[in-house]
Design a protein. Structure first.
Length: 201
């Protein structure tokens, strides 16, 4: 018998442009999201260990010895007291008697301002002013420190302020009698006898 010829199907080759379109249709398109740049926020606090020289000096000095805001007010009141004292020392008797050569001296212990009949002479005594200023600064600092020390005393503080203040609890050191009793009773703790658990057969 003659053999029948079998026609095998030959696949048709598609052009490259059609292949690309088919692949692009099969693969879904992904939307690319734009990333917004993150703004780096600088920390407001300073880094550990990077302390200025002024901060290190302040930490080493006690709080009571550091001058406060009242320093300027104390210095101003001192100058005011000196001016008031100089007004009281004004020679009214000489002025009433008709003496023209009256000199008004302001300043203590050294007069730094002299107001007299001689207008050509400068009323300000610069050297005396510097000496007086140094003395006033020292006295003002001492007064400020004394006020700080008085305010830091526990007797003056109110109950609310004392409650807010933290307390330090120290560990009590054991006495000789406590040490002896610990040595005696060490390792002699009473042993509790336990009954054996008997299970019924």
């Amino acid at each position: 018998m003659p053999k029948k010829e079998v026609n095998t199907p030959v696949p048709k080759r598609l052009p490259t442009s059609q292949v690309k379109t088919l692949i692009s249709k099969q693969i879904p398109k992904q939307k690319i999201q734009k990333t917004t740049p993150i703004n780096k926020i600088k920390p407001t606090y300073k880094y550990i260990g990077k302390e200025s020289l002024a901060q290190l000096i302040r930490k080493s000095i006690p709080k009571q010895l550091i001058p406060t805001k009242r320093f300027a007010t104390i210095l101003g009141t001192m100058f005011l007291i000196v001016i008031i004292l100089s007004v009281f020392q004004f020679p009214f008797n000489k002025l009433l008697s008709g003496d023209i050569n009256v000199v008004v001296k302001i300043g203590y212990p050294f007069p730094f301002l002299e107001l007299g009949a001689d207008l050509e002479k400068s009323p300000l005594q610069f050297q005396n002013l510097l000496i007086d200023l140094v003395i006033y600064l020292i006295i003002t600092y001492i007064i400020d420190v004394l006020i700080n020390l008085i305010l830091s005393i526990h007797l003056i503080k109110s109950k609310e302020e004392l409650l807010k203040q933290p307390k330090i609890y120290k560990k009590e050191t054991p006495t000789i009698s406590n040490k002896i009793t610990k040595k005696i009773f060490k390792g002699k703790s009473p042993k509790i006898k336990t009954k054996p658990n008997i299970t019924p057969q």
